[in-house]
Design a protein around this ligand. Sequence first.
Ligand code: ADP
Ligand code: MG
Length: 460
Amino acid sequence: SSRWSRAMAILKEFEEKCATPIGKLWMVADAMAVEMHAGLASDGGSKLKMLISYVDNLPTGYEKGLFYALDLGGTNFRVLRVQLGGKEKDVKQQAMEAIIPPHLMIGGSNELFDFIAAKLAEFVSSESGDFQLPAGRQRELGFTFSFPVRQTSLASGTLIKWTKGFSIDEMIGEDVVSELTKAMERQGLDMRVTALVNDTVGTLAGGRYSDKDVVSAVILGTGTNAAYVEKAHAIPKWHGLLPKSGEMVINMEWGNFRSSHLPLTDYDLSLDAESLNPGEQIFEKIISGMYLGEILRRVLLRLAEEASLFGDVVPPTLSVPFSLRTPVMSAMHHDSSPDLRVVESKLKEILGVVNTSLKTRKLVVELCHIIARRGARLSAAAIVGILKKQGRDTSTEKQRTVVAMDGGLYEHYSEFSERLEGTLTEMLGETVASTVTVTRATDGSGIGAALLAASHSQYL
Ligand code: ADP
Ligand code: MG
């Protein structure tokens, strides 16, 4: 029918616009390396902020004592305590998770921080048994804050901008550590923030604790970002003393990467234009968990409107932004039943669409595939960009390179993670790829922040 051929034409056009042939991936990797140089040369020199983390020493494995961590950066926030056993690396940990009520993500600063400090105080009050604070000492906390921050020291920094659906204007330019400290005081909680770290930096620290060859970390969750170990003398914009280690961890804020080589479609452009942060985080908007399902929704909406994919009426929910979340997309993509029962039930549950034909359900899976493949392949290209900057993209000597990965998208979307790893091999070739390991560091950022709090304790 003409409706179906219209649908096929829309699909085909979308597929072509999303294509990521190997040549394009290399252009993206090269552009990433170039932008990294530019962002290290001067503030504002690139879309990549290349933020200095003030972490010039990663965990050694000898850290000892009781430390807390707090992780704020997406829909969930976590509090964690660890008892570090010193060189035996015997780590005991307890954690608690809470959901940030959506109205607090776009309200006032005090409301958000009071909520967080209250949860933290509640968690601290449950401390017992294996977790012991020496008498007369103040509790210390590593604060993982996964938004762009201009740091002024390891334990202070001002918010540059919000991402991922947060938007509290009065916080921009404010010191996030002092906001948290004031909120803890309002709760009567005596605790000192000794390290403020991005989740990528925390993941890198946590990864290094378990494997000394970890030299970068990538987050693929609600948003996306990466951090890596740079040579201090290769950071022209750093005017401080060169650290003894000769190294500095850089928080790239790669979600804001943009390049003419990125395959962008009309759907991406309208998603961006209608977002909370138009023109920003373009890379994040085509690869991360907050947006993949939303891209799918936009393509399905067009198919419903212009090719009556779901019959004569357009399902009303399909017009609601973010009504189709990435976990749903992932569930449909992984549907292995011959008649695509999962797709059928999700379309019914989410969009209220019944009686879809198998042909329609196959088309939906094909769209999931196109969107996830583009995201995964571009993520791999971006990682190759870091390897290139580090001089680890060609090495064939006995040098191991480990990338610590965290985030719900990478962890749960196997079509995505497997494609990412396959693309790394495709780009690097078997020999180099065999020296590069991607390792899962689930919730590594919490432990990493606690480790950094430990190695920067006021009692050392
Ligand atoms: P955050 O990035 O908010 O700190 P996570 O790393 O836990 O949190 O990632 C959560 C994100 O992971 C969700 O927003 C969602 O986009 C993605 N995600 C969670 N579960 C799945 C899933 N089953 N399939 C695909 N993506 C998922
Ligand atoms: Mg996270």
